[in-house]
Unconditional design. Structure first.
Length: 127
């Protein structure tokens, strides 16, 4: 399978922005891992395998139904991809987050094996 390209990363970003979990998971390996921006583990909360990744991403979208990642800049360097963007989302209680972030992606067999998310720790802004 060919190495992912910048266009592949943009398609992955589009799937996330469209909250299209099926499209996102099609671009990930069968043993994919999603390391969230927060959680009890060194890497944040880790979701391992498609079912867990589906649950983790779905929970993020449920927490902030308008979640989106704008101004995406995509880079591919060897077996790594970098998706730098601005995260924007509003929780049910009206807390609005806007912060720069980056996903560091590890590729294997032409797909994303690991999605490791990092985000600036910025206080909520007024919604």
């Amino acid at each position: 399978m060919s190495q992912p390209t910048v266009a592949f990363l943009q398609a992955f970003a589009d799937a996330l922005n469209n909250h299209d979990i099926d499209a996102a998971l099609e671009m990930m390996t069968d043993d994919c891992v999603f390391n969230a921006v927060a959680g009890p583990e060194l890497q944040g909360k880790s979701f391992v395998g498609p079912d867990a990744v589906r649950a983790g991403l779905s929970a993020a979208w449920k927490n902030a139904p308008d979640a989106c990642w704008v101004d995406a800049e995509c880079y591919v360097v060897g077996d790594k991809g970098f998706l730098e963007s601005t995260y924007k989302g509003t929780t049910a209680d009206g807390l609005r987050t806007e912060a720069r972030m980056i996903d560091v992606l590890t590729f294997r067999d032409g797909k994303i094996a690991i999605k490791n998310a990092f985000r600036k720790n910025r206080p909520p802004v007024n919604a």
